[in-house]
Design a protein around this ligand. Structure first.
Ligand SMILES: [Zn+2]
Length: 152
């Protein structure tokens, strides 16, 4: 699992996109914020999963925030063959069509339920940034959001 996977971004994501994504994930994964969002699911197991995920996000941000260390990291990924069709980048647990997700006009987000009773949330901004893989807010499952991209 690469640092891009931790953030649910593709390797071509802009620094600005990475920053926004990081900030959003930090808010999502922060224990205090989350326990009020979904009090029923805040048991010890999920708390520890969330903490582990938070660590991954923090680590990813540390590497990708800086252009130099990001370039270096990209080179490492290329060298180890992590990218491409068979890499961890492709490991998702399902696919959902954007049309099948519930749209929330207030927040500009699309939402889909996870089997764990958590949810997948992707914003219009994420989609513009090229986000395809969305992690569940509660468990470690990931889905690929299918939508047509208007290319340049
Ligand atoms: Zn889940």
């Amino acid at each position: 699992m690469s640092h891009y996977d931790s953030l649910g971004l593709s390797q071509s994501a802009s620094t600005e996109a990475i920053k926004r994504r990081y900030q959003r994930l930090i808010l999502q994964l922060h224990p205090d914020k989350n326990s009020t969002l979904d009090p029923q699911s805040s048991n010890a197991l999920q708390d520890s999963k969330r903490a582990a995920k938070l660590q991954l996000v923090l680590k990813a941000w540390e590497v990708l925030r800086d252009q130099d260390s990001r370039t270096q990291y990209d080179a490492t990924l290329a060298a180890t063959g992590t990218l491409g069709g068979t890499g961890p980048k492709e490991v998702v647990n399902g696919e959902v069509d954007l049309d099948d997700m519930a749209y929330n006009a207030d927040s500009g987000t699309f939402q889909s339920s996870c089997r764990c009773s958590g949810s997948y949330v992707v914003s219009e901004q994420d989609l513009e940034d090229g986000v395809e893989v969305v992690s569940c807010t509660t468990c470690s499952l990931r889905i690929r959001v299918l939508y047509s991209v208007v290319d340049e």
